[in-house]
Design a protein around this ligand. Structure first.
Ligand code: ATP
Ligand code: MG
Length: 414
């Protein structure tokens, strides 16, 4: 028996209905925000992620699914969505179109991580990218998409945490200040942080080890290292969010796991789980070979989102359409039942008929199991009379309906 790969899941039955519901709401919301869909390939040249996501990130260092194709080229399964969108923006000359370019995707994402609750090797991200503006207004608009979605889905206790990493100049200044601080506390930090200290001190702030977190409580704040322009930019993001009525807290420890972020970074947390992470990435497009282009976006983990909704007992309001079960007796009855089901389905009504040749009694049991709202049986006598007895399953009440009137009858019930 071949089983599925660790860290992957089959999504079916009641579970997949939740996915469809959430995805539908994501798509509808994006339409309201003027955000179009983009579908990029599941794999790209490895170089794109190494350059885009950053050599010192966890993703590139240890989480990518990389393989070599027939031509000896190194390819990687998408470990995040932004780099592929950046490549597409450049490749299709989207900078020539009216800016901003607002795009969203709902796609499988692959990271070779230790699996645990809320952490898989194939997971799914709903991502939004807004390219072509350096303005704080764009940051606020991007953040407001995630806020609106979480509100609409009824996620409770959502906290928006924000920080600014400044422009590369501010960042370099902060790196120095932070390195000095870490340097004088090096003996108290974990082995990984000692390495990060050399390669990318900002990453140390991201460490989940308790001992490291204790030391970092006294770390200097990046916000004290921002120049006037970066400070004003961050202030403007906050002002617009205030005007929108979106609450947030400022947390100078948030750096996010990707190297490409500049200025605003943010995350939405609920029940201690980060459900959404994002930020501004003004250098990514240029880094990937395009013209300098301001951009901002976020990624939301759909598994995490559903986990939180489940835990909070949120009803996703899944209602199945009126389901009609058409039972049959005899060969002529079965033929007619299948034909009637076909007619009803084409008229927009959910209908089922027997296709496994059960007894009438077993057919009715099945109708109950699938939650049919109505049922009727068709056999010799019904065919002759041209009418059937439609039973309302819950009340047990029956009504005589002519075969020719069935479509109209059920359309009225829907
Ligand atoms: P974390 O700190 O939890 O590892 P991250 O910084 O790696 O998160 P991002 O790269 O910003 O996360 O991805 C955005 C979102 O995607 C996360 O907030 C989370 O909801 C989801 N996510 C990330 N990795 C996984 C995974 N392995 N399995 C399921 N969801 C994930
Ligand atoms: Mg991670």
């Amino acid at each position: 028996m071949i089983q599925l790969v660790k860290g992957t899941k089959d999504i079916y039955g009641e579970e997949v209905k939740k996915w469809q519901n959430v995805e539908r709401r994501m798509r509808n919301l994006c339409e309201k925000f003027g955000i179009g869909e983009i579908r990029t390939p599941a794999f790209e040249f490895t170089e794109l992620f190494v350059r885009g996501v950053g050599e010192t990130t966890d993703i590139v260092q240890k989480e990518m699914y990389t393989f070599t194709d027939d031509g000896g080229r190194s390819l990687t399964l998408r470990p995040e969505g932004t780099a592929g969108v950046a490549r597409a923006y450049i490749e299709h000359g989207m900078h020539n179109d009216p800016q901003p370019i607002k795009l969203y995707y709902i796609s499988p994402t692959f990271r070779c991580e230790n699996t645990q609750a809320g952490r898989q090797r194939q997971f799914h991200q709903f991502g939004v990218e807004m390219l072509g503006s350096y303005s704080a207004a764009q940051d606020a608009e991007a953040i407001s998409v995630a806020a609106a979605l979480l509100e609409e889905l009824g996620v409770q206790g959502v906290e928006l945490r924000m920080n600014s990493l400044g422009c590369p100049k501010c960042r370099a200044r902060y790196n120095q200040v932070l390195r000095d601080f870490i340097g004088s506390n090096l003996d108290k930090l974990c082995a990984t942080c000692k390495e990060r200290y050399v390669k990318n001190p900002l990453r140390v702030l991201d460490c989940k080890e308790e001992g490291c977190q204790r030391v970092l409580q006294d770390a200097p704040s990046v916000l004290d290292c921002l120049d006037e322009e970066c400070t004003a930019h961050f202030k403007k993001v906050q002002d617009i969010l205030d005007e929108m009525g979106i609450a947030y807290t400022i947390d100078p420890k948030i750096v996010r796991g990707l190297d490409y972020y500049t200025r605003t970074v943010f995350e939405f947390v609920s029940d201690g789980l980060t459900v959404c992470g994002g930020g501004r990435y003004d250098n990514l497009i240029e880094e990937c070979g395009g013209k300098p282009t301001g951009a901002v976006g976020f990624g939301m983990g759909i598994e995490r989102l559903l986990m939180i909704l489940d835990k909070q007992g949120t009803d996703l309001g899944i209602s199945s359409g009126t389901k009609v079960f058409i039972g049959s007796m005899g060969e002529a009855g079965q033929k007619k039942a299948l034909a009637l089901a076909y007619t009803l389905r084409k008229a927009g009504i959910c209908a089922e008929a027997d296709t496994v040749e059960r007894s009438v009694k077993a057919q009715m049991k099945y109708a109950n199991k699938i939650g049919a709202a109505y049922s009727f049986v068709i056999g010799e006598s019904e065919l002759e009379a041209g009418t059937v007895q439609v039973k309302h399953m819950e009340s047990g009440n029956a009504e005589e309906v002519a075969l020719a009137d069935l479509v109209a009858y059920f359309q009225k019930k829907a």
